[in-house]
Design a protein around this ligand. Structure first.
Ligand code: ATP
Ligand code: MG
Length: 421
């Protein structure tokens, strides 16, 4: 009866929500991901509820509600600060273009609601007393680690082609097997994935890559041959496929780590990855993180190949790409191609110490600004000033120059006299 894998506060509020529904003469069940995850012993983050009360009735029954998706029957109910999505039993129909349904019909029967769900493990309802409604034997499939469509898999994939990718994602994240008829139908209907918007694909891919077995997902994607039909482009075959096998060896968070490794495996650099990531609908902020990480690595590799001092290059890379990228680069290093690891071993060994030794990280930290330097030198601005400021920053960051007015002015004077432009 207890929920072991959920914040007790949330479980308590969820149960009192169901109790209120039942006391008012309605049905209410926990459904979907929360029931599945609890049965699997995985942390549950949110609790979805299904009821035969209409959205209007739900809004009338509870004090704090938000009509989140009222047209589809979903009301958010807030109980003591905890949010729950409460959805009226419904069926879906009129799937246009193999995507989400145009129409939903509210129904009075829980069975009908469970029947529209994608996989048996996602079609289990759990009542207030801990009893289950499990008409498709989802618990048995869960125990055996099987992903099976509810009903006829061909029909289910035809209705909503995203389910194919969800199936692969669940199989990868849980290390489950896709049941034979489900897999056959997936192969048979794979071209329908072309109807699915890039954003929905990206969301599934993100979950897959962040899970414990990302490589399994990639293998299934390859075997399914879904990728060539997707709206999003993927450069195939990957240039360094062996890197894909190492995804699980880097932390899943921040997500930029694994995605940077993916981009490297595909053989893209920070410029060439941008059109792809845009098409995949990644945010600019995320693209920027990946780009900094790629460029940090490239900068170090180029310097190492040219025999330059990795120390100065490292410090200048930290200045240009930020501490966050520097910390992430250290996490990425152990999975880089062996050749790159050898080239960058010194940087990886000393990165922490070098970073700790930096007391300034940007022009804003320099004790004197460009205007003040111009005034002191009685000089006119020009491109030389920007270069000078950067060299002051690097010299101060590497400890060759004290970050102190007089010392900096002295350094500036000398450089000004030696300048060429
Ligand atoms: P997670 O949140 O861990 O990704 P989930 O199963 O909770 O997994 P959601 O997308 O949150 O996935 O969906 C909640 C429930 O809604 C699912 O458990 C399933 O019952 C149903 N569902 C979601 N997407 C579909 C779909 N495309 N077709 C049919 N049912 C779906
Ligand atoms: Mg969910």
């Amino acid at each position: 009866m207890d929920w072991k894998w959920i914040d007790p506060q949330m479980a308590e509020q969820g149960i009192s929500l169901l109790r209120h529904l039942v006391e008012q003469g309605y049905e209410g069940y926990f459904v979907g991901g929360c029931v599945r995850d609890e049965l699997m012993g995985r942390p549950v983050n949110d609790m979805d509820i299904a009821t035969n009360a209409t959205p209007e009735q739900v809004m009338a029954l509870f004090e704090h509600t938000i009509p989140t998706g009222i047209a589809h029957g979903t009301i958010t109910v807030i109980m003591n600060g905890e949010h729950f999505e409460v959805t009226t039993y419904r069926t879906e129909s009129d799937y246009t273009d193999h995507r989400r349904p145009e129409q939903v019909q509210f129904v009075s029967d829980l069975y009908e609601d469970l029947r529209r769900r994608d996989f048996t493990m996602n079609a289990i309802a759990r009542g207030i007393d801990g009893s289950y409604v499990d008409p498709f034997h989802g618990r048995e499939d869960l125990e055996q680690g099987i992903i099976r469509c509810v009903g006829d898999p061909e029909e289910r994939f035809e209705e909503d082609a995203l389910r194919m990718l969800r199936g692969i994602r669940f199989s990868a994240v849980f290390d489950f097997t896709i049941e034979k008829a489900t897999w056959q139908a997936l192969l048979h209907r794979r071209s329908l994935i072309s109807y699915i918007a890039a954003e929905r694909i990206r969301v599934e891919m993100e979950k897959m890559i962040a899970g414990p077995h990302p490589f399994k997902g990639i293998r299934l994607l390859q075997e399914s041959e879904l990728v060539p039909y997707m709206k999003i482009q993927v450069p195939c075959p990957p240039k360094q496929p062996e890197l894909l096998n190492r995804l699980a060896d880097v932390p899943a968070s921040p997500a930029a780590l694994r995605w940077t490794l993916m981009i490297m495996a595909l053989g893209l650099d920070s410029d060439r990855m941008k059109p792809y990531m845009k098409e995949w609908t990644f945010s600019n902020a995320f693209m920027d993180q990946v780009s900094r990480l790629l460029r940090m690595n490239d900068r170090l590799l180029t310097a190492s190949a040219a025999g330059e001092s990795l120390y100065e290059i490292y410090v200048s890379a930290v200045i240009d790409y930020g501490c966050e990228a520097a910390l992430q680069w250290r996490q990425l290093y152990p999975v880089l191609p062996e050749q790159e690891q050898r080239q960058l071993a010194v940087a990886a060994q000393h990165a922490q110490e070098w970073l700790d030794g930096m007391s300034i990280f940007g022009l804003g930290d320099v004790q004197i600004n460009g205007q003040e330097i111009l005034a002191a030198l009685q000089a006119k601005g020009g491109p030389w000033l920007g270069k000078l400021m950067n060299s002051i920053l690097l010299a101060a960051a590497t400890g060759q120059l004290d970050n102190e007015r007089e010392a900096i002015l002295e350094y500036a004077r000398q450089r000004y006299e030696e300048r060429e432009d």
